[in-house]
Design a binder for this molecule. Structure first.
Ligand SMILES: O=C([O-])CC(=O)C(=O)O
Ligand SMILES: [Mg+2]
Length: 552
């Protein structure tokens, strides 16, 4: 308990129903008297530590991931201090529940497990009235929004309004990892319909049962949303999440200079993949521009990763044409080539100059056996794509190939780390997007790195908000990648590419600092001193502890 009591105006049930103020059984006898809580609460009085210990036991006793997810989410909706204390103290165990893979399952079941509103569902029928939806004083403190339209939820595809689980889960990591105050966050789902027939036919589906808005109607809707939020919160950070490939990059390009915003799947994923690869390449005492990089999946993540690795090669002094030649990008038609119709702008940048066979490109097997990639990245959403023969081929041509099956959640991974390490006889440096248990191979136990944008976005957001940046530049993202790369245990004789997740708080601070100082160098924010920056971090920060309350 802190010494200076907080003045609280709510009383009775209203106080217990406010998750950021509720303490449950931790209300003291005096507080129960002052706020009319006697009888509304059972007799026992517990400390936060006791509550966390009890909640932890309850989580462990649940039979499966979904029930654990439902339980921890119910804590968030009833007592956020307890929820975040639990997350912070058991981060590596709790993250897979509130985040991938648990959140993937929760999104699949979202309509069935939905109990209490959190965040905003802005539906197509609200067109013309979006400003009214956000006018409430309830939203006065908002500084950070994660928005999705639910069309590409992890590797699970179009989940419509069920995708709301993702902004909720990702926002909780801003607090659990970077310490951002949860009272400044708002998860938003743009419910523009869904093309998922199964959902539309599910009587319990909570979203709009219409086909997705497309074309001009979609653009006008998002435009109204952006106009409304920038008028309401001029200093907002908007984090775009899990939009489908056809919209993700165009939306980012359209708005990234209009407001402080980034797309986590394109830029956050790219930054962490770059961090892990830079660390791996440096540990092998090689240069990035010497690598041959195969990326399977030409969606937002694949194109984002290619762009950022390309920039990192240029920074090594390589020419544009030499750098481009290092990339092989594959998608559904196989190796992407210039002559293919309907390539996205991002794919065009990495399509190869050779001719396809009537729109069909070379297979992944062909590319691996003939081009001898040293780095293989899977962002395809297709489980099992990295076969044994492919992995053997990778390790035949490269002593220590970097193999990153990054698709989420776990069920969509291109190959499990266990299989990859077995098939390559422990030669591969493996990193996944979702969490995996350590693998023992040839008597050596290897912890599997999670090359997930959760290493980047909490610190990126914290840094950008703290320095008051006007926008998020490519340079700020590269600074975040370099900051994480420098923390790599592999560079200090450790086994892993990335620092452990338990260090998330200090990683987020390091990333925040790198991002903010880079923004200052680029003159994207007002000048600041170290002390200003520290004060700004403190103003944005929150720790899950209980304060004493006194009534107004
Ligand atoms: O949510 C995650 O774990 C990473 C991510 O952004 C995605 O897979 O879309
Ligand atoms: Mg995502």
């Amino acid at each position: 308990m802190t010494s200076s009591p907080r003045t609280v105006s709510l009383k009775g049930q209203a106080l217990l129903d406010t998750p950021l103020l509720n303490k449950g059984t931790a209300f003291s006898h005096e507080e129960r008297t002052a706020f009319g809580l006697h009888g509304r609460l059972p007799a026992a009085i517990h400390s936060l530590d006791e509550q966390v210990a009890q909640a932890y036991e309850t989580v462990k006793a649940k039979p499966d991931t979904l029930s654990r997810h439902i339980y921890v989410r119910s804590l968030q909706d009833s007592n956020e201090t307890l929820f975040y204390a639990l997350l912070e103290r058991h981060l590596t165990e709790m993250m897979p529940l509130v985040y991938t893979p648990g959140v993937g399952q929760a999104c699949l079941e979202f309509s069935h497990i939905w109990q209490r509103p959190r965040g905003l569902f802005i539906a197509a029928e609200h067109k013309g009235h979006i400003a009214d939806l956000i006018a409430s004083p309830d939203y006065d403190k908002v500084k950070l929004i994660i928005v999705t339209d639910g069309e590409r939820i992890l590797g699970l595809g179009d989940l419509g309004a069920n995708g709301m689980g993702i902004p909720i889960g990702k926002l909780s990591l801003y607090t659990a990892c970077a310490g951002l105050n949860p009272d400044m966050m708002l998860p938003i789902t743009l419910d523009v319909g869904t093309n998922n027939e199964t959902l539309r036919n599910d009587p319990s589906y909570i979203g709009s049962r219409t086909p997705r808005l497309r074309g001009d109607a979609y653009s006008a809707f998002v435009d109204e949303f952006i106009t409304a939020i920038t008028a309401r919160w001029p200093h907002l950070l908007l984090h775009w999440e899990d939009f489908a490939g056809l919209n993700a990059a165009p939306l980012l390009a359209r708005y990234r200079n209009q407001l402080l915003s980034f797309n986590d799947d394109i830029q956050g994923t790219a930054a962490i993949a770059t961090a892990a690869i830079l660390a791996g390449v440096k540990a092998k005492k090689e240069r990035l521009s010497q690598q041959t990089i195969t990326i399977v999946g030409g969606g937002s993540a694949g194109c984002g990763i290619a762009d950022q690795l390309f920039q990192a090669m240029l920074a090594e002094g390589t020419s544009e044409s030499d750098a481009r030649a290092r990339f092989f990008m594959l998608d559904r038609p196989g190796l992407l080539t210039n002559d293919m119709p309907n390539l996205t702008e991002g794919q065009k940048r990495f399509a190869r100059p050779e001719a396809s066979r009537d729109g069909v490109g070379r297979t992944l097997e062909d590319v691996v056996t003939t081009e001898h990639p040293t780095i293989l990245i899977g962002v395809s959403g297709q489980a099992g794509l990295f076969t044994q023969s492919l992995m053997t081929s990778m390790s035949t041509h490269c002593q220590r190939p970097l193999i990153f099956p990054l698709s989420n959640p776990t069920s969509h991974v291109e190959a499990t780390p266990q299989d990859i390490l077995t098939w390559t006889n422990g030669q591969a440096i493996v990193s996944t997007g979702s969490p995996f248990a350590p693998v023992t191979i040839n008597g050596r136990t290897i912890a599997i790195d999670q090359t997930n944008n959760s290493y980047i976005f909490p610190g990126l957001g914290l840094g950008a908000l703290a320095c008051g940046a006007q926008r998020i530049s490519d340079g700020m993202l590269m600074a975040s990648a370099q900051a994480v790369a420098e923390l790599s245990p592999l560079l200090q004789d450790g086994d892993n590419l990335l620092p452990p997740l338990e260090d998330s708080a200090s990683i987020a601070r390091t990333v925040a600092r790198a991002v903010a100082y880079h923004a200052r160098d680029e003159k994207l924010c007002p000048d600041f001193t170290d002390e200003d920056f520290q004060n700004a971090l403190d103003r944005l920060s929150w720790t899950p502890t209980y304060q004493d309350y006194q009534p107004t």
